[in-house]
Design a protein around this ligand. Structure first.
Ligand SMILES: [Zn+2]
Length: 231
């Protein structure tokens, strides 16, 4: 006897709510294929399961089976819906690892010190951390990451030292939000992702400050209280 949660309709290759006639006709069709006496396609196990499905769905126990089926199906349907629907994380879950004040305190903001050098000292080889709760990793996660960009001045295309729009700087500082979706399969504790930011450029005028963005996922039982970081 197959386990009770088996979808008997699937076994008989018919839709839920099929008529008794449909059930009988499908059973006859499948029995001709899978009866143990049939050469090549015959299968005792397969025949047993279609026979069980046929008996259940044409007998007195169908009503009870259908009730359970509906309940389970609704549950499975809701679970699947939830899993398809991504969670958009609040911005507070994105932490930049290089708070300027923090680095300055450690003497790492000296002139000539590059990010690469800072990384060597701090041992942190990623740019930001995303805090996730254990209960969240059953759904895809969308993270909105604010990033600094330089935007080439469209008035002078960066070439007029007397341009009033950019006061001759050629470009100005701006912010862009990066929407990144992490599929469920990628939500692995402490995993580090590297994004090639050139692929995220919204237009040819916008340049990200960094070429690559390294993001580390931290998965917690509960989200820890944020320590104050200066940006
Ligand atoms: Zn300009």
């Amino acid at each position: 006897m197959p386990p009770l949660h088996t979808n008997l309709y699937e076994v008989l290759e018919i839709p839920f709510g099929a008529t008794t006639e449909e059930i009988k006709s499908s059973f006859r069709r499948l029995a001709k294929l899978y009866h143990p006496d049939i050469p090549f396609t015959g299968s005792y196990a397969k025949f047993q399961s279609i026979y069980f499905a046929y008996q259940t769905l044409t007998g007195v126990s169908r009503k009870q089976y259908d009730e359970t089926f509906k309940k389970n199906y609704a549950k499975a349907f809701l679970k699947r819906k939830l899993e398809e629907h991504p969670i958009v994380l609040p911005v507070s879950r994105v932490r930049f690892t290089t708070g300027i004040m923090d680095l300055a305190k450690r003497g790492l903001m000296r002139k000539g010190f590059r990010n690469k050098d800072r990384r060597k000292v701090t041992g942190i080889d990623y740019d930001l951390v995303i805090d996730l709760k254990e209960s969240e990793i059953i759904r895809p996660v969308i993270v909105v990451i604010p990033l600094t960009v330089r935007i080439v001045c469209r008035d002078c295309m960066g070439s007029d030292p007397h341009c009033p729009a950019c006061s001759g700087k050629g470009s100005y500082k701006g912010y862009r939000k990066l929407n990144v979706e992490f599929p469920v399969s990628s939500l692995i504790p402490s995993k580090i992702f590297e994004f090639d930011l050139s692929k995220f450029r919204p237009d040819s005028f916008t340049h990200f400050k960094k070429k690559f963005l390294r993001v580390k996922l931290l998965i917690h039982k509960n989200i820890p209280l944020r320590t104050k970081t200066a940006v």
